[in-house]
Design a protein around this ligand. Structure first.
Ligand code: AMP
Ligand code: GLY
Length: 429
């Protein structure tokens, strides 16, 4: 089978790395890809928002299956477009992807279908927001409706936060159209968990529950990032919690989406807050997480092509998924200054042999913001790479990942020192 993966981050490298282990794969293409995906096939220089260009590439290269990594092409309706052209593609249609694309849609859907989430009010301008928040107890959350590259949720802890948030949303209009509607949400207490359901709209299978580390500094301090590391299975996702997630969230979402005529296919990423064993939805995403993919995908013991292809054909092959009984940890190495401004072009050492990157029984290095200049591997983004290790217990996975991290160098390399610590504290293994 000839497969195209759309995207160019660590998540896409993890997907491509896993696909490359399948005997069914004839050739893997990635658009636009990165230095890591290039090790497993051919990178096609077409951006993820160029739907015409992607369609052309699929036709020219006789691609049998397209897998969408990031949200941007989903919000441009790539799945509808490809399906209209008779192409097989893994991902939700535009209307289904609105569970991620519009927080207002997602909230109203959850309230219509009694799916547990924080209480909220929708407002459309500064005056309305002033009215609603006057006298409202801190903390609460302001969330813009549209896509905001993970920066659209502002936690309001005090008057200063409120002033800054109002300034950003309504004076500077920083979010543009995405901020036309804003949710004012109650603050949820608890621990965050990411649960991924792969679904054909009716049936689904779950990957191991994972925990991301969103803040730049140890101890969940400092500004939000795309994610500085992850581990799985997260002990927070006990069988009891996962059962509740299935009964109270995943099944009602799939049923509800079918009922409104927008069956959801692809990956349903449930970003959850677990409070005293009860799950609440923080947000849905219509794609795999990054960096969660870099831990949940290596923990799939079966052929990833079988399951993704079965969804693209319209019917999930449930038996095709087998999960490992190991644990995985991924440590993200970032450029100095990230998530603010940072320099690129730094030479990465410690990864000279392809072997280090491509094959390892115990994990892999997943490249993200990297470019190969013909001689050296260089940094080209904020999150540069993720080092994943797998082991029989979480502590060994974390230790092994850090051992690898300490062998990799580039000027200003930054990583958190406490990835997985929370899970390790919860997990005695
Ligand atoms: P979102 O863009 O909705 O994923 O929010 C980004 C991050 O903000 C989440 O991962 C949480 O850490 C935090 N967050 C969002 N909504 C809430 C909420 N209602 N209560 C507490 N934290 C929240
Ligand atoms: N790990 C957060 C995200 O993928 O949105």
């Amino acid at each position: 089978m000839r497969v195209l993966v759309i995207g160019g981050g660590g998540r896409e490298h993890a997907i491509v790395w896993k696909l490359d282990q399948s005997e069914r794969i004839e050739k893997i293409f990635t658009a636009p890809g990165n230095a890591g995906t290039a090790l497993h096939g051919e990178n096609i220089p077409v951006k993820d928002n160029d739907i015409d260009g992607l369609l052309k590439a699929v036709k020219e290269n006789n691609i049998d299956l397209t897998i969408v990594g990031p949200e941007v092409p989903l919000m441009l309706g790539i799945v509808d477009r490809f399906q209209d052209e008779g192409m097989k593609i893994f991902g939700p249609t535009l209307k289904a992807a609105m569970l991620e694309g519009s927080k207002v849609f997602a909230k109203e859907f959850m309230s219509d279908h009694e799916i547990p989430t924080a209480s909220y009010i929708i407002c459309h301008n500064r005056l309305e927001a002033e009215d609603i928040t006057n006298g409202k107890e801190f903390p609460y959350v302001l969330k813009v409706d549209g896509l905001a590259a993970g920066k659209g949720a502002l936690i309001i802890n005090n008057k200063e936060d409120k002033r800054d948030a109002f300034q950003t949303i309504w004076v500077e209009n920083k979010f543009g159209k995405a901020g036309d509607s804003v949710l004012i949400e109650d603050f949820l207490n608890g621990e965050e968990l990411s649960v991924f359901a792969i679904t054909d709209g009716k049936d689904y299978v779950l990957l191991h529950p994972a925990q991301d580390h969103k803040k730049i500094l140890d101890g969940e301090k400092g500004p939000n990032t795309g994610g500085m590391g992850a581990y799985a299975p997260a002990p927070l996702g006990t069988p009891d919690v996962i059962k509740k997630v299935e009964e109270k969230i995943i099944k009602p979402v799939l049923k509800g989406m079918r009922k409104i005529g927008n069956p959801y296919t692809g990956v349903l990423y449930c970003g959850l807050m677990i409070d005293n064993g009860e799950p609440y939805v923080i947000e849905f995403n219509s794609r795999f997480g990054d960096p969660e993919s870099q831990v949940v995908i290596p923990l799939i013991d079966s052929d990833l092509v079988d399951i993704l292809h079965s969804i693209a054909l319209g019917q999930l092959n449930k038996g095709s998924l087998k999960l490992s009984d190991k644990f995985a940890a991924c440590i993200v190495m970032a450029s100095k200054g990230y998530p603010g401004s940072y320099e690129i072009g730094k030479t990465i050492t410690g990864l000279e042999s392809k072997h280090d990157i491509k094959d390892s029984n115990n994990g892999a290095i997943f490249l993200a913001g990297t470019a190969f200049d013909g001689k050296n591997l260089r940094t080209s983004g904020g999150r540069v790479l993720g080092v994943t290790a797998c082991a029989k217990n979480l502590k060994d996975a974390i230790d092994e990942a850090y051992n690898h991290v300490r062998k990799i160098h580039f000027d200003g390399a930054y990583f958190r020192e406490d990835i997985g610590k929370k899970g390790f504290e919860l997990n005695d293994s």
